[in-house]
Ligand binder design. Structure first.
Ligand code: ATP
Length: 310
């Protein structure tokens, strides 16, 4: 038994490392089209955290040289603020995230994080500094505890439980007979979309990244759950002082952010706070807002009709 335990432990740690990288890979799966030509320079420096400000300066980029997706795009996401990226489908929102991860390099202009050009940074340091809450969270066939733990393998059990509480998973977990040791995933307890999202958020909180992207992270939830979760996220972001970026289609979910950046045809068409953008009835934002407002009303009316009929 003793002889066996050494290789098994060893295997266990390899397995955990493997799972960690799988989780990273899976989380990035939608963003990623791994580009092996991206290399760090010999004198690359680790990213030095100074608050998490993101700055795109005259960035031009296309996946193919003849079809630019971003054209001379310039914007700032200030340290510690909550900023939304909005714009029609295909306007380049996810591309911004991919560029920040340096899966591709810009063709013109530059991207600075805390004043440092990301091309001069070690790849690992910049990628480690950004966390993503994706639309659909990968769950492992493992315990709830381990599923959260993948956010940062060096975290203690206490830290895991603390972030679970913060993400409002505590109540759910306390009601389970095996608590944190409950198996989830395909072969375990099936948890709801909202619970999955909260698990994703607890992972990201555990990671303690200075920059967090929410990629349509709450889009699958019903309005009530989404509202509660967003309030909770905002509370936690304040505590973490993280810079957070919300990629969003539904403008209602980002109306209270510090700044909204509206993209159109690869450039920043408008930016500002919700109330200010709404002042101009000719603005793209105003029109997007009105279109969604109309859509929401239609949904409510149809909902009411159904209730009356049934
Ligand atoms: P959505 O709101 O639909 O998610 P988005 O604003 O995030 O859209 P991007 O995913 O950034 O848009 O895509 C911008 C454009 O780049 C789209 O026209 C898309 O087809 C194109 N594109 C995205 N990824 C690639 C790729 N790997 N190779 C070539 N073109 C791509």
């Amino acid at each position: 038994v003793f002889q066996l335990s050494v290789p098994l432990n060893f295997l266990g740690s390899v397995y955990r490392d493997l799972k960690q990288s799988l989780w990273d890979m899976e989380a990035l799966f939608k963003l990623q089209d791994v580009n092996v030509t991206i290399k760090e320079p010999a004198d690359a420096r680790p990213y030095q955290y100074k608050g998490g400000e993101i700055r795109f300066e005259n960035v031009t980029f296309g996946y193919h040289a003849d079809r630019p997706i971003l054209k001379n795009a310039t914007f700032v996401i200030p340290s510690g603020q909550r900023v939304a990226l909005v714009g029609s489908s295909g306007s380049g929102k996810s591309t911004i995230l991919r560029l920040l991860f340096r899966f591709y390099d810009v063709q013109e202009g530059r991207i600075l994080v805390d004043g440092q050009d990301i091309r001069n940074m070690t790849l690992e340091s910049i990628r480690q500094s950004i966390a993503v809450v994706p639309q659909d969270t990968p769950l492992f066939n493992d315990t709830i505890r381990n599923n959260i733990h993948y956010g940062r393998l060096s975290a203690t059990n206490e830290e895991v439980e603390e972030v679970a509480e913060r993400a409002e998973l505590g109540k759910l977990i306390s009601q389970l007979p095996d608590g944190y040791e409950t198996q989830v995933g395909e072969r375990g307890l099936m948890i709801s979309g909202g619970e999955k999202q909260r698990l994703a958020i607890s992972r990201v909180l555990l990671k303690k990244s200075p920059i967090i992207f929410f990629d349509e992270a709450t889009s699958a939830l019903d309005t009530e759950t989404e509202k509660a979760l967003l309030q909770n996220i905002n509370y936690n972001l304040k505590e973490l002082r993280a810079t957070s970026v919300f990629i969003a289609h539904r403008l209602k979910t980002v109306a209270d952010t510090d700044k909204i950046i509206v993209l159109r045809n690869g450039t920043v068409a408008e930016e500002g706070k919700h109330q200010d953008l709404l002042q101009n009835p000719n603005s793209l934002y105003y029109n997007m807002w009105k279109a969604q407002e109309h859509h929401d009303h239609t949904e409510v009316e149809e909902g009411e009709k159904q209730t009356i009929e049934s």
